[in-house]
Design a protein around this ligand. Structure first.
Ligand SMILES: [Zn+2]
Length: 236
């Protein structure tokens, strides 16, 4: 059992506890041994994931693990293929982010905790690649590659009518970004009706992001303890 599988199970629990994942959505991490492999839980609710539920996948979304896979594993596979800098990916349907995928109003950094958003919020429109009668799911490599192309070099992408993707150079930072993108979206929705809303400048956002990246362990340790309150679900 590698530590990375333990940490990935913890990431699942944190993202559930923080309201980013519910029964759906998933988080992955690139293998430490092979850059063309990544770790992802089998098809199950994130809060129930244990290290034994983690399977290894290649960049075609194939696994030799025994259990069934998430339909949308191609999100992860194609982003790892396109972005060598990315070490972890969170795909979620967190509620406050959804409206920004529907609207031309851009999701922008409203506070320092989400400063990383100044580096770009991409948009993925599945209709552009698969027409207007899909189930919105990124269920094959072609759609995954289109999503990765839309993401470009950004840390975050909106998926219209579906959810979002947060990526980062480490698993704790990807979790952090997914949590604070949701928080930022909730705050921006509250701020939008107010007059003269002002946003972080690119310089402010980058400076804040650099500071916060050094503080992620502090958040992770607390989030992990909070997530421990769901332990009984896993032993049930
Ligand atoms: Zn999804």
């Amino acid at each position: 059992m590698t530590d990375l599988r333990v940490q990935l199970a913890q990431a699942n629990h944190i993202l559930f506890d923080q309201g980013v994942l519910d029964a759906f959505g998933h988080v992955s991490v690139r293998s430490e041994e092979r850059a063309d492999r990544f770790l992802l839980a089998r098809n199950m609710a994130p809060v129930l994931v244990t290290p034994e539920d983690v399977q290894e996948y290649d960049l075609d979304g194939e696994t030799d693990g025994p259990a069934s896979s998430y339909l949308e594993r191609f999100i992860h596979a194609e982003i790892y293929r396109a972005r060598p800098d990315v070490q972890a990916v969170v795909h979620s349907h967190s509620a406050s982010v959804i409206p920004f995928g529907l609207s031309s109003t851009p999701l922008r950094a409203v506070f320092h905790m989400a400063g990383f958003l100044v580096d770009g919020v991409a948009r993925f429109e599945i209709r552009d690649v698969a027409g207007d009668a899909t189930d919105l799911l990124v269920r094959d490599a072609r759609l995954g590659a289109a999503l990765a192309a839309s993401l470009g070099q950004a840390p975050f992408a909106l998926m219209r009518g579906h959810g979002s993707v947060a990526v980062a150079p480490s698993l704790p930072l990807a979790v952090y970004r997914a949590v604070y993108a949701e928080e930022n979206a909730a705050l921006q929705l509250r701020g939008l009706p107010l007059a003269d809303v002002d946003y972080l400048t690119p310089g402010e956002g980058r400076a804040a992001a650099q500071t916060n990246a050094g503080q992620v362990a502090r958040a992770w340790d607390m989030w992990l303890r909070l997530a421990g309150r769901h332990e009984s679900l896993r032993s049930a």
